[in-house]
Ligand binder design. Sequence first.
Ligand SMILES: [Cu+2]
Length: 344
Amino acid sequence: MFEWIKTSLSRRALFGTALVAGTSPSILANNAHHGNMGTVGNVDNTRNGFDPYAMLTDWDAGVLTADSTGRPVRTFTISALNHDIEIAPDLIFPAWTYNGRVPGPTLRVTEGDIVRVEFTNVGTHPHNIHFHGIHPARMDGMPGVGEVRPGESFTYEFEARPFGCHLYHCHSMPLQGHVHKGLYGAFIIDPDPARHPEFDLVARSRLLGSEENAQWQELLMVMNGFDVNFDQENEIYAVNSIAHAFAKRPIKIDRHRPIRVYLINLTEFDPINSFHLHANFFQYYDHGTTLTPTSQTIDTVMQCQGQRGILEFSFADHEPGMYMFHAHQTEFAEQGWSGFFDVA
Ligand SMILES: [Cu+2]
């Protein structure tokens, strides 16, 4: 069941020859020099237990209850567990995961909700969940604060603020190792329209479940990378973990509806990652913490590790077709981080 890439393979041996000379064995298309980027064969999503396409939209709003004052409480149950995942055809990565998936569940709450996360560590190392957001020090999730040894549990609880596109990740040491192994996920806090009367319509459009929000095509994209031969460099890059997933299965877009991408960079080893959109431009909200764009009419945005933001764009005036998006670091794009919008 457990396959492992030969540890002696170097980054260049693995990819350079495949891309330039078309030699095998390789997981990359051996006709890459003819212009086809991609991998040979398909990843078994069923064996992985998650599908990168489904991850684009599988918001997890938790179990909704109310506290004694009537305030909404959203409860999530998350376990850390070791789980081997196939990140490119026949290339297995020994991941550490939240709930068996990389990225972990996409937590989505509303500003002001009480967030309660019941965390259990069934892995083999100490882990925790460190949320980006505002919370008490005792809920910070790091060594000495809410760190959980194997077999133990801890409940994180805090008010959801500020609204924005956030993330969570394990903050155990060594940090780079725990994050790179796969312990991270998206944490989206929708704005409460009642708190933003001056931007009521914008806030509503971001509020999951609202009529205004239903008009949007919202997508979660977590940019990540995998060092498969322990050389402190990534050999595979992706959005939602699977190399070239959206080149093989382009994302269906209805050009009559606007698009909003929650973009998060959780790539280790490389200081930055980026998103470039072909034949179009977008509005960008850095960290998602504002209701007016922080950058306007751009077609490329870069994010450092842990940075994130919201992209908004439209294909309403475009003719139907396949519109590419990819990291503008060409190396990342060729090694898995590229895809298409299938606009109809
Ligand atoms: Cu950890």
